[in-house]
Design a protein around this ligand. Structure first.
Ligand SMILES: [Zn+2]
Length: 120
C-alpha cells in the first residue's frame, strides 16, 4: 500500500517541523489532487498506523481534495474535470491534456501544541 509510505513521510516532515521536544502536532492540513494517485481513505487509515509512537500520534489529518483542472489552448479557458476525468474542454469540446491542477500533494499547515499549557 503506497499510502503507508506517504503517511510515513508526512509524519517525518511534521516531526521535523515541530519546534521542540515537547511539542506535538494536533492537526495537519493536506491538499491532494484527484490525480495524485493517493486514495484519501487509505491515506487516513495509513496515517493512524504511521503516527504510532510518534509526536504526531493523535493528530487530526484534514485532507482537502483538489479537483482536476485543465487549460484549453483553443479558447483559453479552464475546465474542471469530472469523475472519471475526460480530458476535454467543457467550453469548446477540444481535447486537452494541459493539466494545471490535480496532481499535487501538499502539506499546507501544521497545528502544534507545545508542552506548556499556555495555548488555549
Ligand atoms: Zn476550449
Amino acid at each position: 500500500m503506497h499510502e503507508l509510505s506517504i503517511a510515513c513521510s508526512i509524519v517525518e516532515t511534521v516531526e521535523e517541523n515541530l519546534p521542540n521536544e515537547n511539542s506535538r502536532a494536533t492537526k495537519i492540513y493536506l491538499k491532494i489532487g484527484k490525480m495524485s494517485g493517493v486514495v484519501k481513505d487509505a491515506l487516513l487509515f495509513s496515517f493512524d498506523i504511521a503516527t504510532q509512537d510518534t509526536r504526531v500520534f493523535g493528530a487530526t489529518l484534514e485532507i482537502e481534495e483538489l479537483p482536476i483542472i485543465v487549460y484549453c489552448e483553443k479558447c483559453h479557458k479552464n475546465s474542471e474535470l469530472g469523475n472519471p476525468p475526460i480530458f476535454r474542454c467543457e467550453h469548446c469540446g477540444e481535447l486537452t491534456g494541459n493539466l494545471i491542477q490535480g496532481k499535487e500533494m501538499e502539506l499546507v499547515s501544521i497545528e502544534v501544541e507545545d508542552g506548556k499549557a499556555t495555548n488555549s
